[in-house]
Write a protein that binds this ligand. Sequence first.
Ligand code: SF4
Length: 374
Amino acid sequence: MLEVLPNIAKTQASYAINKVLVLPMNLTISVSYRCNSRCKTCNVWQRPNDDFTIEEYEKTFESIGRAPYWFTFSGGEPTLRKDLPEMVGAAYRHCRPGIINIPTNGIQDKIIPDRIEKVLQAAPDSEVIINLSLDGVGEKHDQVRGVKGNFERAMRTYAGLKALKGRYKNFTLGVHTVISNFNVHEFDAIHTFVRNELKPDQFISEIAEERVELDTVGMGITPPYELYKPVIERLQADIRAENAQGVARITQSFRDRYYDIVKRTLVEKRQIIPCMAGIASAQIAPNGDVWTCCIRAESVANLRDHNYDFKSAWTTAKADELRRSIKAGECFCPLANAAYTNMLCHVPTMSSVALEVGKGTLADSMSGKRALNN
Ligand code: SF4
């Protein structure tokens, strides 16, 4: 984690002077629009496919080098690609990310655990986070995700993944819930089930946003603030009750602040802290289009037209134009992926996390001493 600090300083300088001094520390690779779910909150499966090959990823990752600390392999359903472990291996060889994040719908229960085991083997010194998507309990999940039997299959996948836990120290197993108008009233049931039955390493939730990437703009899937607020506050209450230690305490502190930012974004409808998408974070679409983020999904260039040289695609006039627009606050959103790097590059947020973690550590050591003296 400390290795990211020099890049944070360069990223802040890039933002200040409107010039690319460093490549993104947070990279999302959408590996395919193909998906075997039919979610009410997503139309990505209807988009045409023109997926990058593994050779194209090799060349792209080689051109990016060691800049990215976070990789997300998303989709579509990323595990539908048989060569997912090879893709992760290519990213690992060329970029050595600290964290690799992969969501899954868990439908292919006979295939996913083996495929993820190969992913874990392909990146032995990266923290690999696999998040199972869960948008309801039982039939409610199947209704939101549009596939009969999805819940049962997802549970079998989860059990298969959990069985890997003892063997791979670099493995974090999470559950990810998208809260939309279709399940906002079910959150209590989801929360209870996840906490009491699944007991994942992490439980994260995001509000369903309308995204150009997912072809959901204008669909009215985002729940109103009054309905979403109790969901967020429940998650924050969990975080605050948890008294995590070490790195987990830092992560929890960022998550708590992220939820504060989401609440304010929904009410104030503006960037609460500056969005560094286009500098700190980027996304590559399955066909090699390079985006500043998936909400706007505006291509700055296609890697195929730039001989798979990321820097060349990232420094076009269109990229500069988008960076100007983002910095001018012409868009706002609660996208978690961008928000975490935004917080890392935001000095007041970093200072308040450091202060809170420091205070907590001091309080723990004081209570430890008291316990020893009693
Ligand atoms: S505020 Fe949201 S929509 Fe705008 S660039 Fe950042 S992540 Fe994208």
